[in-house]
Structures are given as C-alpha cells and as structure tokens.
Design a protein around this ligand. Sequence first.
Ligand code: PAF
Length: 280
Amino acid sequence: MTIVTNKAELQAKLNIHRESGLTIGFVPTMGALHDGHMALVRMANRQCDVVLVSIFVNPTQFNNPHDLSNYPRQIDADIALLSGNASEVIVFLPEVEEMYPPNEQVIQYDLNGFDLVMEGEKRPGHFQGVAAVVDRFFKMVGPCKAYFGEKDFQQLTIIRHIAQLYHSEISIVGVTTRREADGLAMSSRNMLLTPEQRNDAPVIYESLLRFVRNVHAGASVRDCKNAFIETVEQRRTMSVGYIELADETDLSLVNHPIDTGRLFTAVYAGNVRLIDNVAL
Ligand code: PAF
C-alpha cells in the first residue's frame, strides 16, 4: 500500500501507471471504512490494474456542523483494513486546502433537479458539496472507472449525471449495498449508534421488505407508508425522516407501484441519520 497526501505526488504516481498502459479504478470515501467500502475496493481490484482509495471527510457536503464534527474518523484502522486487502492500493489523504484551494471559484452544478427530493430536500446544499468534491477528485485522478455504493442511490444517480456532463470518459460503477447479518445496511454512521439504537436499527430493512411484499400483494402505497412509519416508530429509538417511492431512473416520486420503482428512507436514531433503499 502506498500513502499519498498531496496532489502533485498523486498525479506523478498515477501518470507513471497510465504511461505503462495500466487502468485506474477510483474509490472515493470519507473513511471509517467497513465491508461496504471494501466491496467497492474488491470490485475495483477485479476490474482495474491500479486502485486508488481516497479518504477525505468533505466539509462542503455537511449542511449541519454538528454532523461534520461528529462524523467518525479512524484513519489508523482504515489504513490497517486497506493494507490487509489482497491487492495493492494507493491511498490518497488530502487536506482541505488541497481539495479547496483558497480563492478558487465555487461552481453551482447542474444536478438536473435530482437534488430537490429526499436527501436533497432535507439536506440543502448537500449534493452540491458532493458534486464539488467528486468533480475535483475526477479532475485530479482521471480514473477509467469510479465506484460508489447503491446505499447512497440518490448520490449515485447525481454522480452518474455529473459524470455524463463533465467526465464522459469515466465509467461510474454502482455496487450493491452490503448488509450486516441482521439486514442493517453497512454505514460508517452505524458506529455512532448506542447499543439500544443498534438493536432497533434492523427494523428499517425489515420494514422496507414488508412494504415491498405488501404493495405487491395489492396494498396501497399510502397504507404501506403509514404501516412503515408505525412499525419503525414502535422502536423507541427510531423516528422516520421520510419514506418515499420513486422511479429509480429519474428519482421522480410516485404513489403507485411501477417496474422501475425503488423505496427510499431516512430514519433518525437520535441524531444519527440512517438511509437505506430497496428496489420494488
Ligand atoms: O459516499 C461518500 O462517502 C461521499 O459522499 C463521497 C462520495 C466520498 C464524497 O465525499
């Protein structure tokens, strides 16, 4: 494993690989790595010659300063996990000034309205921040492929859109959500849960699956949403931010089942925001 902390060194290393005809796979992360991230790294390892993993807690995508300061950081454990990976990876650990040089112009990205619903509606500016950092990384790294988890399906849709507009040479690869044995979607935020919240959290995935079963059995989307909220909130520690059915091709909200439907939810366990989604 090679660790790089500045852009010039990173680009020099990547150029050597590119000049030798090697392909570069990129896995951007905010650290606090778990097996969901490692699934992205494994996929990148299978599909590309060189894998670059960035670890950078991007301040511009946090609309809530408390969420930013609370975001889990465990760089030593992350490095240990990546160095146990079977194949060689380059790890990029930029500082904030490297990603956001002072006096650099802030662009407003065209997100095609994908940021106006669900996570985007509840977290104003969040997806502009994601677009800003991903665009900067793509320019810096110039990967052939970049890997993102389907747990953040709305983010994945927005990144596909950004790539189509500004980086059409990069293929965006979406990777299936990894789950704990009890169904909870793997997330760096899970480590912020108290034992009681962690015990209650599997209700999210269980209730998403029940929603899917019931809607296929003929129940209305409205009744399924009410049942979802009721079941999740029966757990004292959980409160539903939203539960929405959307068309996964354009994220438009729908209130009847469609073939390309996907259920999206955000549930609060105290201050910890847990998101998940499943195909209908
Ligand atoms: O999904 C994440 O961890 C982040 O949003 C990303 C894509 C690394 C951008 O900071």
